[in-house]
Design a protein around this ligand. Structure first.
Ligand code: KIV
Length: 273
């Protein structure tokens, strides 16, 4: 693509996402952690690319997002940003980079914005992190909230079951969603909560609500790229639709390559100098 063609690409911004909600246009969001995948999904027209701390699971093979560091998130995010022209890029603040106090949260968010070129950060939690959210926003950094199943707190929950099925937790979630909107968050991820509750939140709030396992009555959907492409195999929650079985496709290609090499079929005469 030439520079003049580049300049015609209209970047997705927080303003665009608000307008999409207003006009009832659903927002599409997928995760990416590297340049090549980010380039493919951006060229397919995805609206938002999330550099999720799920990188800890799908890229590094950990059991949870807890081990990934801020430096590692910055490495992934700067690779993604280089591959993206149109989509908005949002980066997760990883576990341990913001819970200490609001100054720590701000300095982590500033590092992400300065060192990656992303457009926004995402942070897990409600009332308990509101001071950090406000401080980050006061520096002009757009913030997306994340409520419901918040994987960084998995050891507190002790289980990956659906969240906010009981009245108390549902009420706290609604209260937290309003708090985050009032603080100035531009959007909110709701993970693994009852569809009715997510729908209620999406109609009560003006900011876009992006669901994962939260039903369709929200303003957009997000999935982990490696899950929806079928690269990950064992993770099969009800909300996950697999659009491909890339694990088997890649495995098949690698087997074919190995056979060709062993049978002296690769490289052939046309593939040598
Ligand atoms: O880290 C991640 O991939 C996420 C999505 C599941 C929303 O936070």
């Amino acid at each position: 693509m030439s520079t003049s063609e580049n300049s015609k690409v209209r970047k997705v911004t927080t303003h665009v996402l608000h307008k999409m909600k207003l006009h009832g246009n659903k927002i599409t969001m997928l995760t990416a952690y590297d340049y090549s995948m980010a380039k493919i999904i951006d060229s397919a027209g995805i609206d938002v690319v999330l550099v999720g701390d799920s990188a800890s699971n799908v890229m590094a093979g950990h059991q949870s997002p807890l081990p990934i560091t801020l430096d590692q998130m910055i490495y992934h995010a700067s690779s993604v940003v280089r591959g993206v022209k149109r989509a908005m890029v949002i980066v997760d603040l990883p576990f341990g980079s913001y819970q200490g106090n609001s100054m720590e949260a701000l300095s982590s968010a500033v590092r992400i914005m300065k060192e990656t070129g992303a457009q926004a950060i995402k942070i897990e939690g409600g009332a308990e992190i509101i001071e950090s959210v406000e401080r980050i926003l006061s520096a002009g950094i757009p913030v997306m909230g994340h409520l419901g199943l918040t994987p960084q707190s998995i050891h507190k929950f002790g289980t990956y079951v659906v969240r906010a099925t009981e009245e108390d937790e549902a009420n706290k979630l609604i209260k937290d969603a309003h708090l985050l909107e009032e603080a100035g968050c531009f959007g909110l991820v709701l993970e693994k909560v009852p569809a009715k509750l997510a729908s209620k939140v999406a109609s009560a709030l003006k900011i876009p609500i992006i669901g994962i396992g939260a039903g369709r009555e929200v303003d957009g959907q997000v999935l982990v790229l490696h899950d929806m492409l079928g690269i990950t195999q064992k993770f099969s929650p009800r909300f996950l639709r697999r659009y491909h079985n890339l694990y088997e496709e890649i495995q098949g290609a690698v087997k074919a390559y190995s056979e060709d090499v062993k049978n002296l079929d690769f490289p052939n005469e046309r593939e040598q100098y």
